[in-house]
Write a protein that binds this ligand. Structure first.
Ligand code: PEP
Ligand code: MG
Length: 574
């Protein structure tokens, strides 16, 4: 038996066999002896890639439609282009380099040609070229890239890292757990695993050296303890833990249909975060009172083009209708950071979290933004929708975003398309700049929602994905708590509602603090809705407020945690 330690990021017990996810590593440059041999390898890879694309074309045509399938038909056409193939061969022959490196160079060359074109459609073709290049390179390296492989995977996945879009496409019936070497609690991949209910542990050093395909594993997505080939005793313990979790779940189920109201009568809203219309099923099963954050950028992932205004409208309308008059806060695209989107021609950046991201992209690509706003506005005729802008740092950005919203409304009026004229437009408070300026932003925004995931990383200067700095990146830092208090007070002074949709909203120990500060709404992942309501119902607002006033004078995260432990012991029900 071996014990590995990581960061528990998605609770639950997972038991099963390991499936190691082969991921394409960096392409290496090698000098070669025989050009013929290298060209023969290339020809084989081209042939394999072509038959993969033909298969993908047929599958997509049957499963999705002709329009989507056409993407792969066009890729096949590019793959078989003689000029493209000759260029790769000539690189191999003149430079005496391996085929992988030649493919890398040539696809980079073509991608940059496309990226520099005026026309947006042509710029987007750069992604197709990169896709083709990756397919050929994977074939050369003996790695299959066919997405249908995901269906063959079963058990617990072990990987160096997992992207959010990959996580979103996992088959939840077959994948019982996820282990990775990198990532933190608020990485988007972790957030999705919680929403899917897949237990996960990240930040496990040298994971791929420690495990082998087929190893029997048991792990706990809360503590981060991962046992390889566990003893009978450990297995027994974990089966007991599993039983306890099931009995807690049954108790929480009895809270469905009740209100989130404290013992002395203060009511708040417990909403849910979603990243797809598919999440609504689990949201309704867990009795959420609304949607506090719809991460719409996930609509853009796992595909090669931006969904049209009409396609987006259908999704927003479906979500609003299914929520039957309850609030649905739709956040405009928050692309960038750990949610890159190659096909819109974004260049790689040294500091993606400090770069071209969220509202910065939307204001720069006005068409993309306006089409999305129109889709949201149109859907507002079918439910209780609010709009939210991400990553606001200045009042100017908010004013510009509202101007584009105004134009989108004008366009719809001209076309006589109905929408909610009173629709609210609020903002995420997730940069320290926005938090500090919240007294003035509250005059321009209809509501605030505090994005603690980013607010913590920017305030503490600690990357939310870097497990080495997780001692700084935590929900209990006094600097962050003080900023949050300032934001809530600023919003309330101007009479607007203040919610929270970062992962800290559902952090059990901190819920008394958010209530004590006067928060109006907590938006948590669907699996935490009832647990959050349970804590609210067991709290006394006045006691929570007194404890919070005192806690805001503490000087370290450790002291904050101690204070909260004492508080929870004094309220035996927590
Ligand atoms: C946040 O930053 O807290 C947030 C909710 O946004 P995201 O996690 O999508 O960056
Ligand atoms: Mg954020």
């Amino acid at each position: 038996m071996k014990l590995l330690k990581g960061i528990g990021v998605s609770p639950g017990i997972a038991v099963g066999r390991i499936f190691i996810l082969e991921q394409s590593t960096e392409t290496e440059k090698r000098n070669i002896q025989s050009c013929e041999m290298e060209i023969a390898r290339l020809n084989d890879a081209l042939q394999e890639s072509a038959s993969e694309l033909e298969k993908l074309y047929e599958e997509t045509r049957k499963k999705i439609g002709d329009k989507e399938a056409a993407i792969f038909e066009a890729q096949l056409f590019m793959l078989q282009d003689q000029e493209f193939i000759e260029r790769i061969k000539s690189e191999i022959e003149t430079e005496k380099i391996n085929a992988e490196w030649a493919v890398e160079n040539v696809t980079r060359y073509y991608a940059s040609l496309f990226l520099n074109m005026e026309n947006e459609y042509m710029r987007e073709r750069a992604q197709d070229i990169k896709d083709i290049g990756n397919r050929i390179k994977n074939s050369l390296k003996g790695l299959s890239k066919n997405p249908s492989d995901k269906n063959a995977m079963e058990g617990i996945i072990a990987a160096k890292e997992i992207t959010p879009s990959y996580m979103a496409q996992l088959n939840t019936e077959k994948i019982t757990g996820v282990l990775t070497e990198t990532g933190g609690k608020t990485s988007h991949a972790a957030i999705i695993s919680r929403a899917l209910g897949i237990p996960a542990v990240t930040g496990i050093q040298a994971l791929l050296e420690e495990v082998q395909n087929g190893d029997y594993i048991v792990f706990d997505g809360e503590s981060g303890n991962v046992y390889i080939n566990p003893s009978d005793e450990i297995l027994r313990d974990y089966k007991e833990k599993l039983k306890d979790l099931i009995s807690i779940k049954n108790k929480l189920n009895s809270l469905k249909g009740t209100k989130s109201i404290t013992s002395d009568g203060r009511q708040i809203k417990v909403f849910s975060n979603i990243s797809s219309d598919k999440d609504i099923k689990i949201v309704l099963e867990n009795d959420a009172e609304g949607i506090g954050l719809f991460r719409t950028e996930f609509l853009l992932m796992g595909r090669n083009n931006i969904p049209s205004c009409e396609e987006q409208f259908e999704v927003y309308k479906k979500v609003a209708s299914l929520m039957q008059g309850n609030t649905v806060i739709i956040r405009t695209f928050d692309i960038g950071g750990d949610k890159p989107l190659d096909y819109i021609g974004l260049a790689p950046e040294d500091n993606p979290f400090l770069g071209y991201r969220g509202i910065r992209i939307s204001l720069d690509r006005k068409n993309l933004f306006k089409e999305q706003l129109k889709a949201i506005l149109k859907a507002s005729a079918f439910g209780n929708i609010k709009i939210m802008f991400p990553m606001i740092s200045t009042i100017g950005e908010l004013i510009q975003a509202k101007e584009i919203l105004f134009e989108a409304k004008e366009d719809l009026r001209k076309q006589e398309i109905p929408f909610n004229e009173e629709i609210q437009a609020g903002i995420m408070i997730e940069t320290p700049a926005a938090a500090i300026m919240s007294d003035l932003l509250s005059k321009e925004a209809d509501f605030f929602s505090i994005g603690t995931n980013d607010l913590i990383q920017y305030t503490m200067a600690a990357d939310r994905l870097n497990s080495k700095v997780s001692y700084l990146y935590n929900f209990y830092q006094p600097a962050v708590l003080r900023l949050i208090k300032h934001v809530i007070d600023s919003g309330h002074r101007e009479g607007i509602e203040v919610g929270m949709c970062g992962e800290a909203a559902g952090e059990t120990g901190l819920i008394p603090v958010w209530l004590g500060m006067g928060i109006d709404e907590l938006s948590v992942n669907p699996n935490s809705i009832l647990a959050t309501r349970n804590i609210v119902q067991n709290l006394n607002f006045h006691e929570a407020k007194a404890m919070t006033d005192n806690l805001l004078n503490l000087s370290s995260d450790e002291d904050v945690k101690l204070c909260l432990e004492e508080f929870s012991q004094s309220c035996s029900c927590l």
